[in-house]
Design a protein around this ligand. Structure first.
Ligand code: AMP
Ligand code: MG
Length: 348
């Protein structure tokens, strides 16, 4: 299959026509797979009401079938037809964070979604993306859109249309290309079906931001210690990994350099994943910096692109700096620890 590319401005003007979006939306409605930009990462969309289309998402990505998909909506009214109840707590959350990088888990309305969307669960994850092109596409398609990240399962998520093309060309009908995404990592997933709201995945909306609006929130214990299985099925899988094994280093640049020196002395090509202010401190085969410690959001924005770049540079192993767990740092570390398969070396 030839994968179409539709180029669109990052900010669409609502008074204008966009034949590219109309074309992409028609294919989406008819059951084809269409990748599109959101404010987090590029998503791989399918009509969420079409079981065969949704099954094709799993096939195109090589995604395990027990990992449910997030359903994207284009306006608030769409929610009523999809969920059993909208809990009280949902209202302030939607008012503050939608459109935006927060997925809410609701009890699903029976008989609406094919099993492939929810992986057979009684709940469904829903969000409204904060991206003009995504919203326009969803509204134009007239259907809720199931969309995981538009990458091959296991690889870093795509933050540009080129990343999507690299992974999925020939496997999907098309890609709406509106340039680089903003946040750079996925939405936070918050379960609001129980007594206490529970974070199943840290993400674009931070824990601190959630607390400021609804007070107490808990974090799924399965994320913290790895003793219990995580409640979001997707959190148990290896994810986001570059080809060369990544190890995180919790310590000073001098300590990280000593690890690099040891491996280079043994004949390995060593990559270093760092930030702008540290990049000149290292001597290694590939030194890639993404963002600044002064603003961790810039690290999030660049993280997946840098991890993918290592695949092109081809080191044998990669050492990466660890980040503080504050604010968006929590989501950054959640993703990096997965990319590193949990490998961390602590100084001292
Ligand atoms: P992705 O589509 O790759 O961004 O992953 C979506 C994440 O949301 C995965 O970790 C899923 O396991 C999780 N998720 C989606 N729907 C549900 C649900 N109904 N209950 C719990 N977790 C969910
Ligand atoms: Mg993903």
């Amino acid at each position: 299959m030839e994968t179409k590319i539709w180029k669109v401005d990052n900010f669409v003007d609502n008074s204008e026509n966009y034949p590219q979006i109309v074309d992409a939306a028609a294919l989406l409605r008819d059951g084809e797979l269409v990748a599109f930009p959101t404010e987090t990462v590029y998503g791989l969309g399918a009509n969420a009401l079409n079981g065969e289309a949704v099954t094709n998402i799993y096939r195109a990505k090589g995604r395990p079938s027990d990992n449910p998909l997030i359903v994207h909506i284009g306006d608030m009214n769409q929610l009523n037809g999809l969920v059993e109840v909208i809990p009280e707590l949902a209202h302030p959350l939607m008012a503050h964070f939608w459109p935006g990088p927060l997925t809410l888990i609701f009890k699903k309305k029976e008989g609406v979604f094919p099993d492939s969307v929810t992986a057979g669960l009684a709940t469904v994850g829903i969000r409204m993306p904060d991206h003009q092109v995504a919203l326009r596409l969803i509204r134009e398609s007239g259907c809720p859109v199931a969309a995981p990240s538009a990458n091959l399962s296991g690889k870093p998520s795509p933050t540009t249309a080129d990343h999507v093309y690299e992974d999925l060309s020939g496997r999907i009908a098309g890609i709406v290309d509106a340039g680089a995404t903003g946040v750079g990592l996925e939405s936070a997933v918050l379960d609001i079906t129980g007594e206490v709201p529970l974070i199943l995945r840290p993400g674009g909306v931070t824990i601190e931001q959630l607390q400021a609006v609804i007070g107490h929130v808990e974090v799924d214990k399965g994320l913290l210690k790895g003793e219990e299985a995580p409640k979001a099925p997707g959190m148990k899988y290896k994810h986001y990994a570059p080809k060369a094994p990544l190890t995180l280093v919790d310590g000073s640049p001098a300590f990280l350099q000593s690890l690099v020196d040891e491996k280079r002395a043994a004949g390995l090509r060593v990559g270093v994943y760092t930030v702008e202010e540290h990049k000149d401190l290292y001597e290694a085969d590939n030194i890639l910096a993404g963002g600044t410690l002064k603003d961790l959001r810039t690290v999030a924005e660049n993280m997946y692109g840098v991890l993918r770049q290592f695949d092109h540079e081809g080191p044998d192993i990669i050492y990466g700096e660890a980040f503080p767990h504050t604010g968006i740092g929590e989501a950054i570390m959640n993703r990096l620890l997965k990319a590193a398969g949990g490998r961390v070396i602590k100084e001292g």
